[in-house]
Design a protein around this ligand. Structure first.
Ligand code: FMN
Length: 482
């Protein structure tokens, strides 16, 4: 658990994971070019602290989550897989037998009890409060990431809103294009919870208050991108991850509570009916997402700590920093997906295909058409609905090994018989579909086929060497000098 974002940066520096860059660099394109070169290094390159961004006195931290090690450090574990194992054990609905089991069950419940956020009176997030004419977003080192971007974009913002009907909080990461000193766009895509809050506000003919938070314990950033069901409060999930409640402080000009340990907070109001052109933006897809109409966010206050650091990322042609965030989501959410799709043994969303575009999943096939059932289940599950290509494999396939995956697709799939083409919602950023947010998806059954599925021939056996011969050659191998 980190006391704030700079505490995390210090931990990265101690671990040799962060490099300071004292050379002045422009937030317009130059920081991107440096960060992109680092992100393309094997393993994700170092985190960078750009100490002297040109035009701002606030240093920029970038690529802080950009390796498996740093993503794990952000979540306070040796490896992200530990959280997946922990969630798996928490989700096991087993009745405790014996005193030790009961104690374990109680301590698990204790972990949940510590999760809800706690309201406090103040925090570093409000050491400086700027309102009225003092609000000036151009003082922040906001990056113009790519040459054809529509302007500068805040790229690691956590957007806090409340459901206008129920009051329930949502925190989502939606990029923020800065228009001028006190207005920005609010890029919540149509399927995201923030957009639903805005639609509900519009139905009530009201505006919606929002806060854009930068920094704080890095588990907040992960919680904001996590595809949690709308009923789960991201700040409660963050409390669960950090083993300590998140401390929230009331914003100065709107009725929204924000992490007391944030570096920078933008407070303001969105009128869901006031739309303005947002974009283009060099996006996760590796292409510029086209300019489109999005709501405007009017900033009523900027609060920040003394000497803040501005957290940023860039997205673009993979691999990028967000690849490691996506990898953590893939591992940590597998146990949750398995709650609903228990036959799913493993799942891999390859970074090269921009994650949610493609999924390799493995199952233990139990009945005819099982692979098709799994495809349909995934397409019906939260943000997995965006998966354009699903490949379903047998249990003896390593879905993380592209060689194994391609070998089985090629060997086991009859595209006409084994594919299922459907249509439905797509990621709003997808440019391949004819319509925005709606288009085709395809699943391939790459499992071995059964007679009961209409396969009329004998399915061949995979070639394997006998164990006794392997053992003998293992022993002989050093002598062979090969
Ligand atoms: C770096 C980064 C930038 C993102 N930008 C956006 C964005 O601009 N708009 C959006 O709707 N989702 C964006 N996302 C994805 C959402 O954060 C993600 O789908 C999240 O689960 C949404 O939260 P929600 O379900 O509470 O709406 C981004 C994710 C990352 C990692």
């Amino acid at each position: 658990m980190y006391s704030d974002f700079q505490d995390f940066l210090r931990a990265l520096e101690r671990a040799g994971e962060l490099k300071r860059v004292p050379v002045p660099l422009s937030p317009e394109l130059e920081i991107t070019e440096v960060a992109d070169r680092c992100m393309k290094m094997p393993g994700g390159g170092p985190a960078l602290l750009i100490e002297n961004p040109i035009g701002s006195d606030i240093p920029v931290a970038i690529n802080a989550f950009g390796s498996r090690k740093r993503m794990s450090m952000a979540l306070g574990v040796g490896d992200v897989e530990e959280i997946a194992l922990e969630l798996e054990s928490l989700l096991k609905p087993e009745v405790p037998v014996g005193a030790l089991d009961k104690l374990r069950a109680l301590s698990k419940l204790g972990r949940f009890a510590k999760s809800p956020p706690r309201k406090v009176d103040g925090g570093i997030a409000q050491e400086i409060v700027l309102t009225g004419k003092d609000v000036d977003l151009t003082r922040l080192p906001v990056l113009k990431c790519w040459p054809e971007d529509g302007g500068p974009f805040i790229t690691l913002p956590m957007v806090f809103t409340h459901d206008p009907l129920t009051g329930k909080r949502n925190v989502g990461m939606y990029r923020i294009q800065v228009f001028d000193r006190n207005t920005t766009a609010m890029h919540w895509q149509m399927h995201k919870v923030g957009a639903e809050h805005a639609r509900r506000a519009a139905e009530k003919k009201s505006k919606i208050e929002a806060c854009v938070v930068l920094g704080g314990d890095p588990v907040y950033t992960f919680s904001a991108i996590a595809p949690l069901p709308p009923s789960i409060d991201e700040m409660m999930f963050a409390g669960f991850l950090r083993h300590e409640p998140v401390r929230l402080v009331k914003a100065k000009t709107v009725d929204v509570w924000v992490p007391a340990d944030a570096e920078i907070v933008l407070e303001g109001v969105v009128d869901p009916n006031e739309l303005r052109v947002e974009g283009p933006f060099g996006d996760h897809t590796g292409y510029y997402s086209l300019a489109d109409m999005f709501p405007v966010f009017h900033v009523s206050a900027i609060t920040m700590r003394q000497r803040p650091v501005y957290p940023a990322t860039i997205v673009g042609i993979p691999p990028m920093e967000d690849g490691f965030m996506g990898q953590a989501v893939e591992r940590i959410f597998l146990p949750l997906v398995r709650l609903v799709v228990p036959e799913l043994l493993d799942m891999h969303l390859p970074v090269e295909a921009c994650f949610h575009n493609m999924a390799f999943v493995k199952i233990k096939k139990r009945y005819p058409g099982h692979a098709f059932k799994v495809m349909n289940a995934l397409w019906g599950l939260g943000q997995l609905m965006f998966t354009k290509f699903i490949f379903v494999f047998d249990e003896d396939v390593d879905v993380h090994d592209l060689r194994d995956v391609l070998f089985r697709i090629g060997a086991n799939c009859d595209p006409k018989r084994d594919s299922l083409v459907v249509q439905g919602p797509l990621d709003q950023l997808d440019h391949a579909s004819n319509l925005v947010g709606f288009g085709g998806k395809i699943g391939f059954d790459c499992t071995h086929k059964w007679a009961s599925e209409g396969y009329p021939r004998e399915w061949p056996r995979l070639i394997t060497m006998s164990d006794s011969v392997k053992k003998r050659i293992d022993a002989l191998w050093p002598e062979l000098g090969l």
